[in-house]
Ligand binder design. Structure first.
Ligand SMILES: C[S@@+](CC[C@H](N)C(=O)[O-])C[C@H]1O[C@@H](n2cnc3c(N)ncnc32)[C@H](O)[C@@H]1O
Length: 262
């Protein structure tokens, strides 16, 4: 899976860095910012962080250090360039690795101090679990989350919850899911499409049934717990237009899950 994942975002990394007018992304950003809260002085790891959309929220909320890990060199390059324009390179680092395999051994080759500093106050994995093509991948991703969190540290993860919500077929909230295929895992492969600044973008996602069902037995076995889903109805984006968001509230296509390391 790693080779396909390494390349599939490269072609639209620049577009991905600007979230444009996609309503789903506005809601997602609002929810993740709520989950992050005040990050003053905290260390944050963003697994599958891409071009740093949510890493920038953490840095903006005062994080002392944010490490973005992603498999796509181009997503990382775009994020790093953006960070240079913001003058925050000393606080936000972009590191290439496969988040389904043990991180320290991959990143230590280029970042000597990663191992020393590998315990973080917050670990995010936004849309990462929906790129696990097998239960083994999923276990590898959760193992990295659990290993990187300090005791008492917070996990934040945007996750696909329902791949077949009717509004996903016509893109009511800016995002279309199509080309569903059942895969061993058990899970689903499907195409995710949307427009960023009028540029059509699409990629393949894979969600294991256990992720869609919010089954947390894997991370619970790794010493994590207290999982909960952020209430979408309390987001200011939703409150601004409750009627528009009614279909999403009935059957959310994605959720933001928080948890802790015991
Ligand atoms: C939908 S994008 C989300 C990016 C970012 N988390 C966000 O919310 O804006 C998914 C990201 O996961 C990355 N990814 C997929 N599989 C990965 C893996 N095994 N290890 C690290 N990154 C991975 C992709 O390269 C891509 O940047």
């Amino acid at each position: 899976m790693a080779t396909a994942e390494r390349n599939q975002y490269d072609g639209f990394a620049t577009e991905y860095a600007s979230y444009g007018d996609v309503p789903d992304m506005k809601l997602e950003i609002d929810l993740v910012q709520t989950a992050l809260g005040d990050c003053t002085g905290l260390t944050v790891l963003d697994l599958g962080g891409g071009s740093g959309l949510h890493a920038r929220s953490a840095a903006g909320a005062g994080a002392a250090r944010v490490d973005v890990v992603d498999i796509s060199a181009e997503m990382l390059r775009v994020g790093q360039e953006l960070e240079e324009t913001l003058g925050r390179n000393d606080r936000v680092r972009y590191l290439q690795a496969d988040a389904a395999r043990p991180l320290a051994e991959q990143i230590n080759k280029t970042e000597e101090d990663f191992k020393r500093q590998q315990q973080y106050d917050i670990v995010m994995a936004n849309w990462l679990l929906d790129h696990a093509t097998s239960e083994e991948d999923l276990r590898g991703m959760w193992a990295n989350v659990a290993a990187a969190l300090k005791p008492g540290g917070k996990f934040i993860g945007v996750r696909v919850r329902c791949i077949r919500a009717p509004y996903l077929q016509y893109g009511k909230y800016g995002v279309i899911f199509s080309e569903y295929e059942e895969i061993p895992g058990p899970g689903w492969k499907y195409k995710v499409s949307f427009k960023l600044n009028n540029t059509p973008v699409s990629f393949e996602a894979t969600s294991m049934e256990s992720t869609l069902n919010l089954d947390h037995s894997i991370p619970q076995g790794l010493g994590m717990g207290d999982f909960s889903v952020l209430p979408h109805e309390e987001s200011k984006v939703v409150k601004e237009d409750l009627e528009y968001w009614a279909d999403h509230l009935k059957n959310p296509s994605f959720v933001v899950v928080v948890g802790t390391k015991k």
